[in-house]
Design a protein around this ligand. Structure first.
Ligand code: F3S
Length: 62
């Protein structure tokens, strides 16, 4: 499983990191840094929480 982040849509809400701090890296202003993240086995649930938590709907799982 992977998650993609549309960095142009990201508005720095940092809720992805709050939901899944092991997966998401943010810059100093709270914006997501990585456009694509490989989700390790066992972290799918928190990854999906992060997808649901983003108010900009910038994150997709696939
Ligand atoms: Fe950006 Fe959404 Fe995370 S706005 S910092 S991708 S919660």
């Amino acid at each position: 499983m992977k998650v993609s982040i549309d960095l142009d849509k990201c508005a720095g809400h940092a809720r992805c990191f709050a939901a899944s701090p092991d997966l998401f890296d943010l810059d100093d202003d709270g914006y997501a840094l990585n456009a694509e993240i490989d989700v390790p086995a066992g972290q799918e649930a928190t990854a999906l929480e992060a997808v649901a938590a983003c108010p900009e709907r910038a994150i997709e799982s696939h």
